[in-house]
Design a protein around this ligand. Structure first.
Ligand SMILES: Nc1ncnc2c1ncn2[C@@H]1O[C@H](COP(=O)(O)OP(=O)(O)OP(=O)(O)O)[C@@H](O)[C@H]1O
Ligand SMILES: [Mg+2]
Length: 462
């Protein structure tokens, strides 16, 4: 059943009978509808009638649906445009999404799905508009708890979080490792009405392929070895909360098809059952893979990719928003002071400059780990250039590619041991050079080598 409330929908389709059928159907769902056969008349309606959403047929002589969408969005950038594509014209659908269309529907379509898509589009754009007005009125973006940053890039991310938080749309979060995808996924949940409901993280990378379906959708007793009783999956457990599918690029192809169906219909079947169950859960997914490349390589379904990326929040790497570095440093120093019971008062301007210029391949996570290590090993009053490892100033290609930062907490563990062995090997047992490269005090290295029973002189002739 529709909750159209008289939303205005503009339909442009050059085929008269189809246009009439769609207009009539939408009217019966309580939309206010105007149908146009000609593209130019459609554009004129956008100016004169101020529609809330538009549906354009893709294949029209002269100006096709994609070109029409581009023109429409020039006139009204907020207008959600849904394109109607023929069966099997996924390429054009791809093109449509690139042109800024909100979504596409493949013909022949189910009217319920048309309605659902329109509802989502209207909802999303209403939120976006409302939020823009609100933040304009407040003069700034409302801060979200625990997310630090003031760069235009991060503000745009937060803007999108606010815009989608109170919708049910699926959200795809992309970004390099350590950029804060999980933090943002959490924010999407907590900034919206679902905040009191469960938030369940499913790490697709760590669940074996054979189990992922039952983990998500549940199973019936006896449906496979080890299924001792009926069990609900995460989708059911989260009920009307959020399921966060982390590392979605890792799910096997067979499962991708089932997930696509779930996203489209919001129904699923427990493994070993036939009954379809309905779910109100919201899906937020994340990946640090380039899904477009995965699609090219045949490892990720193109239809699922486009279904997921209808709303994509892309978190830029830290090196592209260096103005966030001082804020992050300040925030984490205060937290680490409390956590480690230290009293570091700040960072010298020259050290801060280096921190801002560094590439941070591990992004925010690398920065946080770095600060924790400096405070643990040096405990300085003010963080200065001398506390920064050389790798932060010059990165030599001849050296081991792994830097000290990447070792994180494990520096004292097994990984640390082989790390220092590699460095000793490279610098032929010269502990001073190793210390310089790793950015750790020489005496500390000697102590470590001693605990590991490593004799630096044994590396001299290697
Ligand atoms: N904007 C931010 N403000 C404060 N802390 C942040 C921010 N972004 C990331 N962090 C912190 O950086 C660390 C990494 O964040 P998170 O785990 O969300 O990254 P990720 O993108 O999911 O990484 P991966 O791809 O490796 O899973 C966390 O400790 C998180 O709290
Ligand atoms: Mg993560």
């Amino acid at each position: 059943m529709s909750i159209a409330n008289g939303a205005r929908i503009l339909v442009v389709d050059d085929e008269g009978p189809l246009l009439t059928a769609l207009v009539t159907a939408l009217e019966s769902m309580d939309y206010e509808v105007i149908g146009e056969l000609k593209q130019s008349d459609g554009l004129a309606r956008i100016l004169s009638w101020d529609p809330d959403a538009a549906i354009f047929d893709l294949n029209m002589p002269g100006m096709n649906g994609v070109e029409l969408a581009e023109k429409a969005l020039e006139i009204m950038p907020d207008l959600p445009v849904v394109l109607l594509t023929g069966f099997g014209t996924i390429d054009s659908a791809v093109q449509a999404m690139r042109a800024g269309a909100y979504d596409y529907l493949t013909k022949p379509f189910d009217l319920n799905i048309v309605d659902l898509t329109l509802q989502k589009a209207l909802d999303y754009h209403q939120q976006k508009r409302r939020f823009r007005l609100l933040s304009e009125a407040m003069g700034r973006v409302r801060e979200l708890e625990g997310i630090v940053g003031k760069s235009p890039a991060i503000k745009k991310v937060l803007d999108s979080v606010q815009a989608v938080a109170n919708t049910d749309s699926t959200v795809l979060i992309t970004g390099e490792s350590g950029t804060g995808k999980e933090v943002i996924a959490n924010a999407v949940h907590t900034a919206g009405a679902r905040r009191e409901k469960p938030f369940i993280t499913v790490d697709c990378a760590t669940i074996p392929d054979t189990l992922i379906e039952s983990e998500l959708f549940g199973h019936a007793k006896g449906s496979f070895t080890g299924a001792h009783k009926d069990r609900a999956g995460h989708i059911e457990a989260a009920a009307d909360g959020t399921v966060f599918l982390d590392e979605i690029g890792e799910i096997p192809l067979g499962m991708q098809k089932k997930l696509l169906r779930f996203l489209e219909e919001k129904t699923f079947v427990r493994v070993g059952e036939t009954r379809r169950r309905v779910s109100q859960v919201r899906i937020v997914a994340a990946t640090n893979r380039n899904l477009a490349e995965e699609v090219q390589a045949g490892r990720f379904r193109e239809d699922l990719y486009y279904r997921l990326k209808v709303i994509e929040i892309c978190i830029p790497p830290l090196r592209e928003r260096a103005e966030d570095v001082p804020l992050l440093v300040e925030w984490y120093l205060a937290r680490l002071n409390r956590k480690l019971n230290r009293k570091i008062s700040g960072v010298s301007p020259s050290a801060m400059k280096l921190l801002c210029n560094y590439q941070w391949p591990g992004n925010v996570r690398e920065l946080v780990n770095f600060l924790e290590q400096v405070m643990t090993f040096h405990n300085p009053e003010v963080l200065d250039v001398k506390h920064l490892p050389n790798s932060l100033q010059t990165l030599s290609g001849a050296l081991p590619t792994q830097t000290f930062f990447e070792l994180k907490e494990q520096v004292l563990g097994e990984v640390g041991r082989s790390y220092f062995q590699a460095l000793l090997n490279h610098f032929q047992g010269n502990v001073t050079k190793v210390a310089d490269y790793a950015g750790i005090n020489r005496r500390h290295i000697h102590r470590l080598l001693h605990t590991w029973d490593i004799d630096p002189s044994s590396f001299r002739n290697n």
